[in-house]
Design a protein around this ligand. Structure first.
Ligand code: NAD
Length: 540
């Protein structure tokens, strides 16, 4: 297996997470699911934490199940940290922070360059473990890694980004210098849907800025995080600067209340993002919390219809719709609806579904059975609400994989704004069509939605596109680009309930988040100018 020697130890008869979920419906931890019929006589690999420069079992008594969604079986177990493990991890990170923050920028960027090379060398291993545990097809897994590597490349240039500012002669004999220093111990809490890319949105920037970083990856597909840890070690990062701590809600909450943690970056669903933001604000941490999404794509009547249909299908069903930037609603502005639906339906029916490991597959399974059933429930509800099922993926079967968590791409027309398939984040291969009588009606729909992550417009009219980019309420806007994920030297983030906090992630805003401003005012004056003066110092 990809977890190295010694990983396939102990296991049978041990440890099932029996902890209660602490928040509403969304928050039911799927690691609580029973292991089912999968263990048999075969010991499963166990995924350890990463502490110092090596794998670490910690002291936790519990493990969570990690599924192979294409086969519908438990394929590995992941250790769930205890409260004592959280203390150990934070103490280790605190010890490492001091020396790392004083390490020269030149040496830090050398480690970043080496990290990039290590990631490239391990790209196949990473794509494989992502695909096996998440379900996405290998090419998609390779794509997310590539986008993550672009953030590492951005972070390689950290010396120029921390150059600061200097003002000579701000006042008589006074110079002023602004420097940016590390924040301390930073924590990243990440979702299941991008097990490599989202951690790479955070850790290269945090570490380049001189912080120690503790990653709490999703417990559903934690394998990639261990390869990231190995890559950091291989790159020469001093031990303790990068830590991986596995766990679910209790571990997140322990980190959020830990006095040794200085900042937390969160990416996940909106209810948890809000919880993380509120908790960390009260405990006095710097926090950025990115939440869920409901991304709309407006198609104006003058758009290139083939390009729009291709984009809707790619952005709607890629990664089985389990992307925060997936298009879930196409707003067809009259009279384009019928032609557009036909073009999308034709493409949707041709999508090849199968295991991520099969090169012929274009779309894999959903991440867990529970999630697949939840998504299917939204299709049932849309049908009951009177929407039109143009393509129905509910009966999807994949030969040779009868127990996989399959759900075919589903296209639903005549969706109305009150239906749950429209109001909620579905996070599956379900594309909704809403018909709008005009541009004004279309943008009002977008701007009244509580989310504001990504949005796109398809048109050949530059004036309409310009008006749209000015008027739309969202953090990331695409013009004839359905998934407008910013390049690494810009920053990523949504508006509304898609982001709680002030800064977007990676890029220049990531550097701002992971550093503190310090302003030094200096006087080396001629001693003859001294004298007492109790007035407030003014500039002269
Ligand atoms: P999630 O919110 O269930 O989990 C995210 C992280 O929070 C995980 O590490 C998990 O262990 C932890 N967590 C879960 N329940 C918790 C609780 N009660 N208290 C504290 N921590 C808890 O999200 P997910 O299902 O893993 O990922 C999918 C979601 O992430 C979708 O909503 C998607 O839109 C969102 N997402 C957003 C972005 C973005 O950039 N805005 C990017 C990727 C994913």
């Amino acid at each position: 297996n990809c977890f190295g020697p010694g990983a396939a130890n102990e296991l049978r008869g041990r440890m099932t997470d029996t902890s209660e979920p602490s928040m509403g419906d969304k928050i039911v931890s799927e690691t609580n699911q029973p292991a089912g019929d999968t263990t048999g006589d075969v010991a499963l690999p166990v995924i350890d934490h990463w502490l110092g420069d090596t794998r670490w079992p910690g002291t936790g008594e519990r493990c969570g199940d990690v599924f192979d969604p294409a086969r519908g079986v438990v394929a590995a177990r992941v250790r769930l940290a205890s409260a004592a493990d959280v203390d150990t991890a934070v103490a280790s990170a605190r010890r490492a922070h001091g020396a790392w923050s004083r390490t020269s920028l030149s040496k830090r960027s050398t480690v970043l360059f080496a990290f990039r090379e290590a990631l490239k060398r391990r790209a196949d291993d990473l794509a494989m473990v992502i695909s096996d545990q998440h379900g996405k097809v290998r090419s998609d897994a390779a794509g997310e890694l590539q986008r993550g590597i672009e953030v590492v490349e951005f972070a390689c240039g950290i010396p120029s980004m921390l150059a600061g500012a200097h003002t000579e002669g701000a006042s008589t004999d006074i110079d002023v210098t602004t420097i940016r220093q590390s924040v301390g111990v930073t924590v990243g809490i990440t979702p299941f849907n991008f097990p490599a890319m989202v951690p790479l949105w955070m850790c290269p920037v945090a570490i380049a800025c001189g912080n120690a970083f503790i990653l709490k990856p999703s417990e559903r597909d934690p394998g990639a995080s261990m390869i990231l840890a190995e890559c950091w070690a291989e790159a020469g990062l001093p031990e303790g600067v990068f830590t991986v701590l596995h766990g679910a809600a209790d571990v997140v909450n322990a980190l959020l209340h830990h006095p040794g943690v200085d900042a937390v970056s969160f990416v996940g669903s909106t209810p948890i993002a809000r919880h993380v933001y509120e908790t960390a604000s009260v405990t006095g941490m710097r926090v950025q919390a990115l939440g869920g999404a409901k991304n709309h794509m407006i198609v104006l009547p003058d758009a290139d219809m083939d390009a729009a249909a291709d984009a809707a299908v790619n952005a709607g069903y890629g990664s089985a719709g389990e992307r925060c930037m997936a298009i879930s609603v196409v707003v067809a502005v009259d009279p384009v609806g019928d032609d557009l639906v036909e073009a999308i339906a034709e493409r949707t029916r041709g999508i090849v579904i199968g295991p991520g490991s099969d090169e012929a597959s274009e779309m894999g399974p959903l991440v867990t059975a529970m999630h697949r059933d939840r998504v299917r429930g939204y299709i049932d509800a849309a049908e009951a609400d009177g929407a039109t099922l143009v393509v129905d993926g509910r009966s999807c079967e994949v030969s040779g994989s009868p127990d996989g968590y399959w759900l075919g791409p589903t296209l639903i027309d005549d969706v109305a704004a009150h239906m749950s398939v429209y109001t909620d984040e579905v996070f599956g291969p379900v594309l909704c069509i809403v018909r709008a009588p005009s541009y004004e009606a279309a943008i009002e729909l977008v701007n009244t939605n509580r989310y504001g992550n990504g949005v796109a417009i398809f048109t050949r009219d530059g004036g309409a596109a310009r008006r749209f980019t000015a008027e739309v309420e969202a953090g990331m806007v695409g013009v004839n680009v359905a998934i407008p994920v910013p390049v690494a030297y810009h920053s990523f983030g949504g508006w509304g309930e898609s982001l709680f906090g002030d800064t977007h992630i990676y890029g220049p805003e990531g550097v701002a988040f992971y550093t503190r401003n310090k302003v030094v005012t200096t006087r080396w004056a001629d001693p003859s100018t001294r004298g007492t003066d109790l007035g407030f110092p003014t500039n002269s």
